[in-house]
Design a protein around this ligand. Structure first.
Ligand SMILES: Cc1ncc(COP(=O)(O)O)c(C=O)c1O
Length: 282
């Protein structure tokens, strides 16, 4: 897949990009990131992603503030290399130092890395027919609202899903609370109401999640930011995932149990349609 990277403003093919071995992103996961979808050469919800990036940077006290410069550099790569359907991956790390120490280097010189990669969307059949997911314990830390590159629990959960022949793992806590997927937010319809976990430090505040909440309210769908529990699963009429590349993905099976009648439900489909209209109007 064609991909162009930028390392501290220097553009090159992604396969040739090099990061120093002592970079703190590599050593400690001392880094934050974003993933943005590009439709027909236009980044979708770019402002919202940059706002979340700023929030993540501030939360880990990473002194990088050139978000407007970053925006210009990303837009220039999309334009100059003629990207149409693509994804943007952005990662800001606390940079490299001369030897490995936990405490921040003084001064820290952040590293700005991003790449734009062609995106071939293979999920359309699944958006129509729905996917299977598994439930999996949430082994993450207490600041999941920070989009940091410390993703080992997410990676292990995603792999468990893959091995079970499922698209995603829904993460649950010891008390049975279902929070989100390893790389997606989760919504359910219970008693006619659309529910999703509230934006606390226990979840990533998904950009797609916020958009879907807005679309649902505009459509007059009753919405509540309230957690679903594992015990609710037999009673949910609909369940779906949201994410930047997943968009809105119906769930038709959780572990061995079908959701509703095992087909994407009407609220999910209405929201998918509203989402598509927004992308088409971009
Ligand atoms: C844990 C987690 N939740 C939710 C999401 C979805 O977020 P967004 O809609 O901003 O892509 C992601 C995306 O990477 C994620 O990693």
């Amino acid at each position: 897949m064609r991909a162009i990277a930028s390392v501290n403003g220097q553009c090159l093919p992604l396969a040739e990009a090099r990061i120093p071995a002592l970079d703190r992103g590599f050593l400690f996961g001392d880094a934050v990131y974003e993933v943005i979808r590009v439709y027909r050469g236009k980044p979708f919800l770019f402002d919202e992603h940059l706002v979340r990036l700023r929030r993540s940077l501030e939360a880990i006290h990473l002194p990088y503030s050139d978000l407007e410069g970053l925006r210009r550099r990303v837009l220039r790569v999309i334009h100059d290399y003629g990207f149409q359907e693509a994804t943007i991956y952005i990662q800001i790390t606390r940079g490299a130092e001369s030897s490995r120490h936990h405490v921040f280097p003084e001064p820290a010189v952040p590293l700005e890395f991003f790449y734009v990669e062609e995106f071939h969307d293979s999920l359309e059949p699944w958006r129509q027919h729905g996917v299977k997911v598994i439930t999996h314990p949430d082994l993450r830390w207490k600041r999941c609202d920070i989009k940091s590159t410390n993703l080992l629990p997410n990676v292990l959960a995603a792999q468990a899903a893959r091995q079970a022949g499922a698209y995603e793992a829904l993460l649950y806590q010891a008390d049975g609370t279902l929070l989100e997927g390893s790389r997606t937010s989760c919504f359910g319809v219970l008693d006619g109401k659309l529910l999703t976990a509230p934006a606390t430090p226990s979840i990533l505040p998904g950009i797609t999640r916020a958009l879907v909440l807005r679309l649902a309210r505009e459509q007059g769908i009753a919405v509540e930011e309230r957690v679903l529990r594992i015990n609710d699963l037999p009673y949910v009429a609909e369940l779906f995932l949201t994410g930047t590349t997943s968009e809105i993905l119906p769930i038709i099976q959780v572990d061995d149990r079908l959701v509703g009648d095992g087909r994407p439900g009407p609220i999910t489909q209405r929201l998918q349609q509203a989402y598509r209209q927004l992308v088409q109007a971009l």
